[in-house]
Design a binder for this molecule. Structure first.
Ligand SMILES: Nc1ncnc2c1ncn2[C@@H]1O[C@H](COP(=O)(O)OP(=O)(O)OP(=O)(O)O)[C@@H](O)[C@H]1O
Ligand SMILES: [Mg+2]
Length: 459
Protein backbone atom coordinates (compact mmCIF):
# COMPACT_ATOMS: atom_id res chain seq x y z
CA UNK A 1 0.00 0.00 0.00
CA UNK A 2 1.46 3.36 -0.90
CA UNK A 3 1.61 6.34 1.44
CA UNK A 4 -0.52 9.41 0.72
CA UNK A 5 1.34 12.75 0.84
CA UNK A 6 0.08 15.23 3.41
CA UNK A 7 -1.73 18.18 1.77
CA UNK A 8 -0.11 21.63 1.32
CA UNK A 9 -2.28 23.42 3.87
CA UNK A 10 -1.56 20.87 6.62
CA UNK A 11 2.15 20.99 5.81
CA UNK A 12 2.17 24.78 5.99
CA UNK A 13 0.55 24.61 9.42
CA UNK A 14 3.07 22.01 10.66
CA UNK A 15 6.01 23.96 9.22
CA UNK A 16 4.91 27.15 10.99
CA UNK A 17 5.64 25.49 14.35
CA UNK A 18 8.60 23.42 13.22
CA UNK A 19 10.75 25.90 11.26
CA UNK A 20 11.58 28.29 14.13
CA UNK A 21 13.01 25.35 16.08
CA UNK A 22 15.47 24.35 13.37
CA UNK A 23 19.09 25.33 13.92
CA UNK A 24 19.39 26.73 10.40
CA UNK A 25 16.29 28.91 10.57
CA UNK A 26 17.42 32.48 9.93
CA UNK A 27 14.58 34.31 11.65
CA UNK A 28 14.98 33.19 15.26
CA UNK A 29 13.03 35.30 17.71
CA UNK A 30 11.31 37.24 14.91
CA UNK A 31 7.71 37.06 13.84
CA UNK A 32 7.02 34.32 11.32
CA UNK A 33 3.98 34.55 9.06
CA UNK A 34 2.47 33.49 5.75
CA UNK A 35 4.13 30.05 5.53
CA UNK A 36 3.29 28.45 2.17
CA UNK A 37 4.58 25.40 0.34
CA UNK A 38 5.31 26.81 -3.12
CA UNK A 39 6.92 23.79 -4.76
CA UNK A 40 6.95 20.04 -4.08
CA UNK A 41 8.99 17.35 -5.78
CA UNK A 42 8.96 13.62 -5.02
CA UNK A 43 12.51 12.40 -4.37
CA UNK A 44 11.65 8.85 -3.25
CA UNK A 45 8.30 7.07 -3.53
CA UNK A 46 8.80 3.86 -1.61
CA UNK A 47 6.07 1.63 -0.06
CA UNK A 48 7.53 2.44 3.37
CA UNK A 49 8.47 6.11 3.04
CA UNK A 50 7.91 9.15 0.85
CA UNK A 51 10.69 11.69 0.62
CA UNK A 52 9.74 15.05 -0.83
CA UNK A 53 11.67 18.21 -1.58
CA UNK A 54 9.79 21.37 -0.62
CA UNK A 55 10.35 25.02 -1.31
CA UNK A 56 8.71 26.98 1.45
CA UNK A 57 8.02 30.71 1.28
CA UNK A 58 7.31 32.78 4.34
CA UNK A 59 7.73 36.20 5.87
CA UNK A 60 10.01 36.99 8.78
CA UNK A 61 9.04 40.34 10.30
CA UNK A 62 7.30 41.02 7.01
CA UNK A 63 10.35 40.24 4.85
CA UNK A 64 10.14 37.32 2.41
CA UNK A 65 12.41 34.29 2.77
CA UNK A 66 12.49 31.05 0.83
CA UNK A 67 13.81 27.79 2.30
CA UNK A 68 14.33 24.33 0.94
CA UNK A 69 13.02 21.62 3.24
CA UNK A 70 13.27 17.92 2.43
CA UNK A 71 10.63 15.98 4.39
CA UNK A 72 9.83 12.31 4.88
CA UNK A 73 6.35 10.85 5.37
CA UNK A 74 6.03 7.32 6.79
CA UNK A 75 3.75 5.19 8.99
CA UNK A 76 6.26 5.61 11.85
CA UNK A 77 9.50 7.37 12.74
CA UNK A 78 12.68 5.65 11.56
CA UNK A 79 14.63 3.42 13.98
CA UNK A 80 16.30 4.84 17.03
CA UNK A 81 17.57 8.16 15.73
CA UNK A 82 16.06 11.58 16.46
CA UNK A 83 13.95 12.36 13.43
CA UNK A 84 12.77 15.91 14.23
CA UNK A 85 9.06 15.24 13.53
CA UNK A 86 6.73 17.97 12.24
CA UNK A 87 3.68 15.98 13.33
CA UNK A 88 2.63 15.71 16.99
CA UNK A 89 3.21 12.53 18.98
CA UNK A 90 0.83 9.72 18.06
CA UNK A 91 0.03 11.09 14.58
CA UNK A 92 -0.23 8.76 11.62
CA UNK A 93 1.36 9.05 9.17
CA UNK A 94 4.33 10.89 10.65
CA UNK A 95 6.12 13.71 8.83
CA UNK A 96 9.75 14.37 9.80
CA UNK A 97 13.07 15.82 8.65
CA UNK A 98 13.90 14.19 5.31
CA UNK A 99 17.64 14.58 5.91
CA UNK A 100 17.33 12.33 8.96
CA UNK A 101 15.92 9.39 7.07
CA UNK A 102 18.65 7.06 5.77
CA UNK A 103 16.51 6.11 2.79
CA UNK A 104 16.05 9.80 2.02
CA UNK A 105 19.75 10.62 2.11
CA UNK A 106 20.59 7.52 0.10
CA UNK A 107 18.10 8.51 -2.61
CA UNK A 108 19.75 11.91 -2.81
CA UNK A 109 23.13 10.32 -3.42
CA UNK A 110 21.68 7.91 -5.97
CA UNK A 111 20.18 10.81 -7.94
CA UNK A 112 23.56 12.53 -7.86
CA UNK A 113 25.40 9.41 -9.05
CA UNK A 114 22.91 9.04 -11.91
CA UNK A 115 22.94 12.78 -12.65
CA UNK A 116 19.19 12.43 -12.57
CA UNK A 117 16.53 15.02 -13.16
CA UNK A 118 13.87 14.45 -10.52
CA UNK A 119 10.81 16.64 -10.21
CA UNK A 120 12.68 19.47 -11.95
CA UNK A 121 15.76 19.18 -9.67
CA UNK A 122 18.89 18.57 -11.74
CA UNK A 123 21.65 16.54 -10.06
CA UNK A 124 25.04 17.14 -11.67
CA UNK A 125 28.56 15.72 -11.24
CA UNK A 126 31.64 17.61 -12.41
CA UNK A 127 33.38 16.00 -15.38
CA UNK A 128 36.00 13.90 -13.61
CA UNK A 129 34.23 13.30 -10.30
CA UNK A 130 34.06 9.72 -9.03
CA UNK A 131 30.51 8.35 -9.23
CA UNK A 132 29.39 7.85 -5.62
CA UNK A 133 28.23 4.40 -4.44
CA UNK A 134 24.75 4.66 -2.91
CA UNK A 135 24.94 4.79 0.86
CA UNK A 136 23.12 6.76 3.57
CA UNK A 137 24.45 10.10 4.78
CA UNK A 138 24.94 11.42 8.31
CA UNK A 139 23.97 14.97 9.09
CA UNK A 140 26.59 17.22 10.73
CA UNK A 141 25.30 18.43 14.08
CA UNK A 142 27.42 21.59 14.49
CA UNK A 143 26.19 25.19 14.58
CA UNK A 144 25.54 25.88 10.91
CA UNK A 145 23.22 27.98 8.76
CA UNK A 146 22.96 25.25 6.11
CA UNK A 147 22.71 21.46 6.41
CA UNK A 148 25.65 19.23 5.50
CA UNK A 149 25.52 15.47 4.96
CA UNK A 150 28.61 13.28 4.98
CA UNK A 151 28.58 10.10 2.91
CA UNK A 152 31.20 7.46 3.67
CA UNK A 153 34.51 9.13 4.36
CA UNK A 154 35.05 11.28 1.33
CA UNK A 155 31.92 13.05 0.13
CA UNK A 156 29.98 15.90 1.63
CA UNK A 157 26.74 17.45 0.38
CA UNK A 158 25.67 20.85 1.67
CA UNK A 159 22.07 21.99 1.20
CA UNK A 160 21.78 25.76 1.11
CA UNK A 161 18.79 26.37 3.33
CA UNK A 162 17.97 29.91 2.19
CA UNK A 163 17.25 29.74 -1.52
CA UNK A 164 17.99 32.76 -3.67
CA UNK A 165 17.68 32.88 -7.46
CA UNK A 166 20.99 32.30 -9.20
CA UNK A 167 24.18 30.29 -8.89
CA UNK A 168 25.43 30.16 -5.29
CA UNK A 169 28.95 31.65 -4.97
CA UNK A 170 30.05 28.53 -3.07
CA UNK A 171 29.56 26.43 -6.22
CA UNK A 172 30.61 29.22 -8.57
CA UNK A 173 33.93 29.90 -6.82
CA UNK A 174 34.74 26.26 -6.02
CA UNK A 175 34.26 25.56 -9.75
CA UNK A 176 36.48 28.51 -10.72
CA UNK A 177 39.17 27.34 -8.27
CA UNK A 178 38.90 23.74 -9.54
CA UNK A 179 39.64 25.05 -13.05
CA UNK A 180 42.90 26.43 -11.65
CA UNK A 181 43.66 23.20 -9.75
CA UNK A 182 43.81 25.28 -6.59
CA UNK A 183 45.14 23.00 -3.82
CA UNK A 184 43.78 25.17 -1.01
CA UNK A 185 40.11 24.15 -1.30
CA UNK A 186 38.17 20.88 -1.19
CA UNK A 187 37.45 19.54 -4.68
CA UNK A 188 34.02 20.32 -6.10
CA UNK A 189 32.24 17.06 -7.00
CA UNK A 190 28.85 18.27 -8.18
CA UNK A 191 25.75 20.27 -7.37
CA UNK A 192 21.96 20.26 -7.46
CA UNK A 193 20.10 23.00 -9.27
CA UNK A 194 16.65 24.01 -10.26
CA UNK A 195 15.55 25.91 -13.30
CA UNK A 196 14.29 28.97 -11.53
CA UNK A 197 11.71 29.80 -14.19
CA UNK A 198 9.79 26.99 -12.47
CA UNK A 199 9.25 28.85 -9.27
CA UNK A 200 7.46 31.82 -10.73
CA UNK A 201 9.05 35.02 -9.53
CA UNK A 202 12.72 34.02 -9.85
CA UNK A 203 14.95 35.52 -12.48
CA UNK A 204 15.55 32.73 -15.07
CA UNK A 205 18.65 30.50 -15.29
CA UNK A 206 19.78 27.93 -12.74
CA UNK A 207 19.31 28.32 -9.00
CA UNK A 208 21.71 26.32 -6.83
CA UNK A 209 20.18 24.13 -4.14
CA UNK A 210 23.15 22.06 -2.99
CA UNK A 211 26.88 21.49 -3.44
CA UNK A 212 28.78 18.18 -3.37
CA UNK A 213 32.45 18.28 -2.51
CA UNK A 214 35.33 16.24 -1.24
CA UNK A 215 35.01 15.60 2.52
CA UNK A 216 38.34 16.12 4.26
CA UNK A 217 38.22 13.37 6.87
CA UNK A 218 40.33 14.09 9.92
CA UNK A 219 40.58 17.84 9.23
CA UNK A 220 40.78 20.21 12.20
CA UNK A 221 39.01 23.54 12.33
CA UNK A 222 41.39 26.55 12.18
CA UNK A 223 39.60 28.28 15.07
CA UNK A 224 39.83 25.16 17.24
CA UNK A 225 43.57 24.81 16.51
CA UNK A 226 44.31 28.47 17.19
CA UNK A 227 42.37 28.56 20.46
CA UNK A 228 43.96 25.29 21.64
CA UNK A 229 47.35 26.89 21.06
CA UNK A 230 46.34 29.93 23.14
CA UNK A 231 45.00 27.74 25.96
CA UNK A 232 48.25 25.78 26.09
CA UNK A 233 50.29 28.97 26.14
CA UNK A 234 48.27 30.28 29.09
CA UNK A 235 48.77 26.98 30.92
CA UNK A 236 52.57 27.17 30.55
CA UNK A 237 53.37 30.35 32.48
CA UNK A 238 57.13 29.87 32.11
CA UNK A 239 57.31 29.20 28.38
CA UNK A 240 57.49 31.52 25.40
CA UNK A 241 55.00 31.02 22.58
CA UNK A 242 57.60 29.33 20.40
CA UNK A 243 58.42 26.86 23.17
CA UNK A 244 54.86 25.60 23.60
CA UNK A 245 54.15 22.32 21.78
CA UNK A 246 51.05 23.73 20.07
CA UNK A 247 52.71 26.96 18.92
CA UNK A 248 50.55 28.13 16.02
CA UNK A 249 53.03 30.30 14.10
CA UNK A 250 54.11 27.68 11.52
CA UNK A 251 50.47 26.84 10.92
CA UNK A 252 49.54 30.53 10.65
CA UNK A 253 52.26 30.94 8.06
CA UNK A 254 51.04 27.95 6.03
CA UNK A 255 47.49 29.27 6.33
CA UNK A 256 48.70 32.63 5.00
CA UNK A 257 50.21 30.85 2.01
CA UNK A 258 46.95 28.93 1.41
CA UNK A 259 44.84 32.11 1.53
CA UNK A 260 47.26 33.84 -0.85
CA UNK A 261 46.97 30.86 -3.22
CA UNK A 262 43.19 31.11 -3.14
CA UNK A 263 43.46 34.84 -3.93
CA UNK A 264 45.91 34.26 -6.80
CA UNK A 265 43.64 31.65 -8.32
CA UNK A 266 40.48 33.70 -7.81
CA UNK A 267 42.19 36.68 -9.45
CA UNK A 268 43.24 34.55 -12.42
CA UNK A 269 39.90 32.77 -12.72
CA UNK A 270 37.51 35.67 -12.20
CA UNK A 271 39.61 38.52 -13.56
CA UNK A 272 41.09 41.59 -11.88
CA UNK A 273 39.40 44.96 -12.35
CA UNK A 274 39.54 48.14 -10.30
CA UNK A 275 37.12 49.99 -8.11
CA UNK A 276 37.50 53.57 -7.12
CA UNK A 277 38.58 54.05 -3.49
CA UNK A 278 35.51 56.23 -2.85
CA UNK A 279 33.23 53.43 -3.97
CA UNK A 280 35.06 50.89 -1.77
CA UNK A 281 34.73 52.94 1.40
CA UNK A 282 31.16 54.13 0.83
CA UNK A 283 29.66 51.26 2.83
CA UNK A 284 32.42 51.57 5.46
CA UNK A 285 31.61 55.24 6.00
CA UNK A 286 27.91 54.44 6.30
CA UNK A 287 28.63 51.65 8.81
CA UNK A 288 30.85 53.98 10.82
CA UNK A 289 28.09 56.59 11.10
CA UNK A 290 25.57 53.94 12.14
CA UNK A 291 28.02 52.43 14.65
CA UNK A 292 28.76 55.80 16.28
CA UNK A 293 25.04 56.53 16.51
CA UNK A 294 24.43 53.18 18.23
CA UNK A 295 27.50 52.92 20.47
CA UNK A 296 28.30 56.33 22.03
CA UNK A 297 31.74 55.12 23.23
CA UNK A 298 32.84 55.14 19.58
CA UNK A 299 32.31 58.90 19.22
CA UNK A 300 35.83 59.77 20.36
CA UNK A 301 37.27 57.64 17.52
CA UNK A 302 34.96 58.86 14.77
CA UNK A 303 37.22 61.57 13.28
CA UNK A 304 40.31 59.37 13.21
CA UNK A 305 38.26 56.53 11.68
CA UNK A 306 36.92 58.85 8.98
CA UNK A 307 40.49 59.84 8.18
CA UNK A 308 41.41 56.17 7.58
CA UNK A 309 38.54 55.79 5.11
CA UNK A 310 39.35 59.18 3.50
CA UNK A 311 42.86 57.96 2.80
CA UNK A 312 41.54 55.00 0.80
CA UNK A 313 38.98 57.23 -0.93
CA UNK A 314 41.77 59.53 -2.05
CA UNK A 315 44.03 56.75 -3.24
CA UNK A 316 42.43 56.26 -6.66
CA UNK A 317 41.62 52.91 -8.25
CA UNK A 318 42.05 49.77 -6.12
CA UNK A 319 42.59 46.33 -7.75
CA UNK A 320 39.66 44.00 -7.01
CA UNK A 321 38.52 40.50 -7.90
CA UNK A 322 36.14 37.93 -6.46
CA UNK A 323 37.20 37.06 -2.94
CA UNK A 324 35.93 34.82 -0.15
CA UNK A 325 34.11 37.72 1.44
CA UNK A 326 33.46 36.25 4.90
CA UNK A 327 36.82 34.83 5.89
CA UNK A 328 37.75 33.98 9.47
CA UNK A 329 39.51 31.07 11.20
CA UNK A 330 36.23 29.13 11.36
CA UNK A 331 36.24 29.05 7.54
CA UNK A 332 39.57 27.24 7.38
CA UNK A 333 40.39 23.58 7.86
CA UNK A 334 43.74 21.96 8.51
CA UNK A 335 43.58 18.74 6.48
CA UNK A 336 46.30 16.17 7.27
CA UNK A 337 48.46 17.47 4.40
CA UNK A 338 47.41 21.09 3.90
CA UNK A 339 45.20 24.03 4.83
CA UNK A 340 41.97 24.58 2.93
CA UNK A 341 39.50 27.44 2.84
CA UNK A 342 35.80 26.50 2.97
CA UNK A 343 32.39 28.12 2.55
CA UNK A 344 32.56 30.69 -0.25
CA UNK A 345 28.83 31.47 -0.13
CA UNK A 346 29.29 34.84 1.60
CA UNK A 347 26.68 36.15 4.03
CA UNK A 348 23.59 33.98 3.31
CA UNK A 349 21.10 36.72 4.12
CA UNK A 350 22.69 39.28 1.74
CA UNK A 351 21.36 39.40 -1.84
CA UNK A 352 23.40 37.28 -4.29
CA UNK A 353 24.20 40.29 -6.46
CA UNK A 354 25.82 42.01 -3.48
CA UNK A 355 27.82 38.91 -2.58
CA UNK A 356 29.22 38.68 -6.11
CA UNK A 357 30.69 42.20 -6.25
CA UNK A 358 34.52 42.07 -6.70
CA UNK A 359 36.39 43.37 -3.68
CA UNK A 360 39.95 43.75 -2.44
CA UNK A 361 41.63 40.61 -1.03
CA UNK A 362 42.53 42.88 1.90
CA UNK A 363 38.98 42.26 3.16
CA UNK A 364 39.72 38.54 3.57
CA UNK A 365 43.11 39.22 5.17
CA UNK A 366 41.45 41.62 7.62
CA UNK A 367 38.95 38.87 8.49
CA UNK A 368 41.75 36.49 9.49
CA UNK A 369 43.63 39.18 11.43
CA UNK A 370 40.53 40.00 13.45
CA UNK A 371 39.92 36.32 14.02
CA UNK A 372 43.48 35.86 15.37
CA UNK A 373 42.84 38.72 17.80
CA UNK A 374 39.62 37.05 18.98
CA UNK A 375 41.38 33.68 19.31
CA UNK A 376 44.07 35.30 21.49
CA UNK A 377 41.61 37.04 23.79
CA UNK A 378 38.48 34.93 23.88
CA UNK A 379 39.24 33.33 27.27
CA UNK A 380 40.19 36.68 28.81
CA UNK A 381 36.78 38.35 28.73
CA UNK A 382 36.30 39.81 32.20
CA UNK A 383 39.75 38.57 33.35
CA UNK A 384 42.08 41.18 34.82
CA UNK A 385 45.35 39.22 34.69
CA UNK A 386 47.93 41.58 33.12
CA UNK A 387 50.40 38.81 32.54
CA UNK A 388 47.87 36.77 30.54
CA UNK A 389 46.83 39.85 28.58
CA UNK A 390 50.45 40.48 27.69
CA UNK A 391 50.87 36.87 26.54
CA UNK A 392 47.67 37.07 24.49
CA UNK A 393 48.97 40.16 22.69
CA UNK A 394 52.27 38.45 22.05
CA UNK A 395 50.51 35.38 20.63
CA UNK A 396 48.37 37.57 18.38
CA UNK A 397 51.24 39.69 17.03
CA UNK A 398 53.41 36.64 16.45
CA UNK A 399 50.65 34.88 14.49
CA UNK A 400 49.58 37.97 12.55
CA UNK A 401 53.19 38.32 11.42
CA UNK A 402 53.48 34.64 10.58
CA UNK A 403 50.24 34.75 8.59
CA UNK A 404 51.37 37.82 6.62
CA UNK A 405 54.83 36.31 5.95
CA UNK A 406 53.25 33.11 4.67
CA UNK A 407 50.91 35.15 2.51
CA UNK A 408 53.80 37.16 1.09
CA UNK A 409 55.66 33.99 0.12
CA UNK A 410 52.94 33.13 -2.41
CA UNK A 411 51.56 36.55 -3.31
CA UNK A 412 53.64 39.33 -4.78
CA UNK A 413 52.43 41.63 -2.03
CA UNK A 414 52.82 41.50 1.73
CA UNK A 415 49.55 42.45 3.46
CA UNK A 416 51.56 44.56 5.93
CA UNK A 417 52.63 46.80 3.02
CA UNK A 418 49.08 47.55 1.84
CA UNK A 419 48.85 50.23 4.54
CA UNK A 420 45.70 52.25 4.37
CA UNK A 421 43.68 49.58 2.59
CA UNK A 422 44.25 46.82 5.16
CA UNK A 423 43.78 49.35 7.97
CA UNK A 424 40.44 50.40 6.50
CA UNK A 425 39.12 46.84 6.15
CA UNK A 426 40.36 45.84 9.60
CA UNK A 427 38.82 48.93 11.15
CA UNK A 428 35.54 48.36 9.33
CA UNK A 429 35.42 44.81 10.65
CA UNK A 430 36.30 45.87 14.21
CA UNK A 431 33.55 48.53 14.13
CA UNK A 432 31.07 45.91 12.99
CA UNK A 433 32.20 43.72 15.90
CA UNK A 434 31.79 46.55 18.43
CA UNK A 435 28.17 46.94 17.35
CA UNK A 436 27.58 43.19 17.32
CA UNK A 437 29.08 42.69 20.78
CA UNK A 438 27.30 45.65 22.31
CA UNK A 439 24.00 44.15 21.14
CA UNK A 440 24.71 40.54 21.99
CA UNK A 441 27.63 40.17 24.43
CA UNK A 442 28.42 43.51 26.12
CA UNK A 443 31.25 41.90 28.13
CA UNK A 444 33.14 41.29 24.89
CA UNK A 445 33.06 44.91 23.64
CA UNK A 446 36.61 45.58 24.93
CA UNK A 447 38.03 43.02 22.44
CA UNK A 448 37.03 44.89 19.24
CA UNK A 449 37.17 48.29 20.98
CA UNK A 450 40.82 47.59 21.76
CA UNK A 451 41.39 46.86 18.08
CA UNK A 452 39.74 50.13 17.02
CA UNK A 453 42.02 51.99 19.40
CA UNK A 454 45.11 50.11 18.21
CA UNK A 455 44.40 50.60 14.51
CA UNK A 456 43.80 54.31 14.93
CA UNK A 457 46.79 54.94 17.13
CA UNK A 458 49.04 53.06 14.65
CA UNK A 459 47.92 55.51 11.96
N1 LIG B 1 35.24 19.83 2.65
C1 LIG B 1 35.06 19.62 3.96
N2 LIG B 1 35.64 18.58 4.59
C2 LIG B 1 35.45 18.36 5.92
N3 LIG B 1 34.68 19.11 6.69
C3 LIG B 1 34.07 20.15 6.13
C4 LIG B 1 34.23 20.48 4.75
N4 LIG B 1 33.52 21.59 4.46
C5 LIG B 1 32.95 21.94 5.61
N5 LIG B 1 33.26 21.10 6.62
C6 LIG B 1 32.79 21.14 8.02
O1 LIG B 1 31.42 21.46 8.01
C7 LIG B 1 31.14 22.66 8.74
C8 LIG B 1 30.09 23.47 8.03
O2 LIG B 1 30.55 23.82 6.74
P1 LIG B 1 30.24 25.24 6.11
O3 LIG B 1 30.93 26.31 6.88
O4 LIG B 1 30.53 25.14 4.66
O5 LIG B 1 28.67 25.32 6.35
P2 LIG B 1 27.70 26.57 6.46
O6 LIG B 1 26.35 26.03 6.77
O7 LIG B 1 27.81 27.43 5.26
O8 LIG B 1 28.26 27.28 7.76
P3 LIG B 1 27.99 28.80 8.25
O9 LIG B 1 26.69 28.80 8.96
O10 LIG B 1 29.15 29.06 9.17
O11 LIG B 1 27.99 29.69 7.04
C9 LIG B 1 32.50 23.37 8.84
O12 LIG B 1 32.61 24.11 10.01
C10 LIG B 1 33.47 22.22 8.81
O13 LIG B 1 33.70 21.75 10.11
MG1 LIG C 1 28.17 29.50 5.19
Amino acid sequence: MSIAPVDDATLARLLTDWLPEQRWFAGKGLELSGVRVTRRAMMLDDPEVLVEHLLVDLEVDGRPQRYQVPIATAPELPGDRRAFPLTPEGASPVVYDGLRDPRGTESLLRHLGEQAEVGGLRFRLVADAPVPEPTWGRLLEGEQSNSSLVFGDDLMVKLFRLVQPGVNPDVELHAALADRDCPAVAALRGWVELDDGEVGDLGGGPTTLAMAQEFMAGAADGWAMATASVRDLFAEADLLAEEVGTDFADEASRLGAAVAQVHEDLAAATGVTTRDGTDLVASMRARLDAAVAEVPALAEYADAARAVFDEVAGSGPVPVHRIHGDLHLGQTLRAPDRWIVIDFEGEPSAPLAERRVPDSPARDVAGILRSLDYAAQHTLVGVEDRQLRFRAREWRDRNVDAFCSGYAEVSDSDPRDTGALLRAYTLDKALYEVVYESRNRPGWVPVPMGAVERILSAG
